[in-house]
Design a protein around this ligand. Structure first.
Ligand code: ADP
Ligand code: MG
Length: 223
């Protein structure tokens, strides 16, 4: 069975009198351990799509099934729990805690969510630091790291809870071309290593090329 199934999904935003159809009747499925991107011009619905799959928002109509659960029927608390245990997130602006070191940033979700022993936690974090090539930078604070290095830490942080699915909305938008492609390749290596599905969005053609499956949105419709 697919890891993600989106069935007849529409999302309409209502601001006062004005309705905006951000997504119209979307159907798609995403396989386990796949490496998928959503592309399209600004305003085409990429963020809305990722927010629905990432349980950050609910569709106006239709079903979103993730890891066998119909997440569109979840309440706020169920969504939060599901995000914590099943999903990982990587952000455009890294969103690292400035007062925590690289090591402590990666540790943070484990402290919040999982009740692992200190030694198990350390093994997991050190092995991820190694996987993302940041072991020798582990005691640095975010403002001592380059954009590409910060995003490497963020990739490790997204993986530390062993999520089924990592969501990344425009994860390379704040990086130079070379770092952007390197971060995407790192994400793909992590998919190979941990069998984690990655779904990201971009409008950068160089970054798009690195994906294995490309879904194109135009005006809220899949083309
Ligand atoms: P993208 O990420 O591809 O730029 P979005 O998903 O952010 O596209 O937006 C799709 C459409 O929905 C746009 O027309 C945008 O203006 C509208 N939209 C997005 N979020 C909201 C919101 N919270 N309220 C009203 N309209 C929104
Ligand atoms: Mg967006």
């Amino acid at each position: 069975m697919a890891l993600v199934q989106v069935e007849n999904v529409s999302k309409i935003y209502q601001t006062g009198e004005i309705e905006v159809a951000a997504l119209s009747n979307i159907n798609l499925s995403i396989d386990k351990a796949s490496f998928v991107t959503f592309v399209g011009p600004s305003g085409s619905g990429k963020t809305t799509m990722l927010n629905l799959i990432g349980c950050l928002d609910k569709p106006t109509r239709g079903k979103v099934i993730v890891n066998g659960k119909q997440v569109n029927a979840f309440n706020r608390k169920q969504r939060a729990g599901f995000r914590g245990f099943v999903l990982g997130f990587i952000f455009q602006s890294f969103n690292l805690f400035p007062v925590l070191t690289a090591y402590e940033n990666i540790e943070f979700p484990l402290v919040m969510i999982k009740n692992e022993s200190a030694s198990k936690r350390k093994d997991m974090i050190m092995s991820l630091l190694d996987s993302v090539g940041m072991q020798d930078q582990k005691d640095k604070f975010p403002d001592q790291l380059s954009g590409g290095q910060k995003q490497r830490v963020a990739v490790a942080r997204a993986l530390v809870t062993r999520p089924k699915l990592v969501m990344a909305d425009e994860p390379t938008a704040n990086l130079d071309k070379k770092s952007a492609v390197n971060v995407i390749r790192l994400m793909r290596e992590m998919r190979d290593k941990y069998d984690t599905t990655f779904i990201f969005s971009t409008h950068d053609p160089g970054v798009m090329e690195e994906a294995e499956v490309v879904h194109t949105l135009v005006d809220g419709k899949l083309v």
